[in-house]
Design a protein. Structure first.
Length: 94
């Protein structure tokens, strides 16, 4: 899986809502009503990550979940795999 250029990443970010690019990762912050909603989201994303064999770096405090995506197998750069998972992450928001 080849690393995308900064220009390719910026173009692909336009297809998504609320994602940004910095530090060789794409990021988005999510806020839910409470911890249970945040956890349900994380479980949905977790199963999708397993299905894609591509996993998020994430941080959760109570109702907030911050997600960063990069591809370890591509030297920690952003690839198409990260955009595929980002789309599934957005779909997992209920
Ligand atoms: N997740 C992420 N974010 N990047 C990877 O390169 C990656 C992964 N590789 N999950 C997968 C697992 C690979 O190690 C296994 C063998 O599919």
């Amino acid at each position: 899986m080849k690393a995308l250029s900064a220009e390719e990443i910026q173009a692909k970010l336009k297809e998504l809502d609320g994602w940004s690019f910095s530090g060789d990762k794409i990021h988005k912050d999510f806020v839910f009503d409470n911890f249970k909603e945040a956890l349900a989201f994380m479980v949905k994303v977790g199963f999708e990550a397993e299905a894609q064999a591509h996993h998020p770096e994430w941080f959760n405090v109570y109702n907030k979940v911050s997600i960063s995506l990069s591809t370890h197998d591509a030297g920690g750069k952003v690839t198409e795999k990260d955009f595929k998972l980002a789309k599934a992450v957005d779909k997992a928001v209920s």
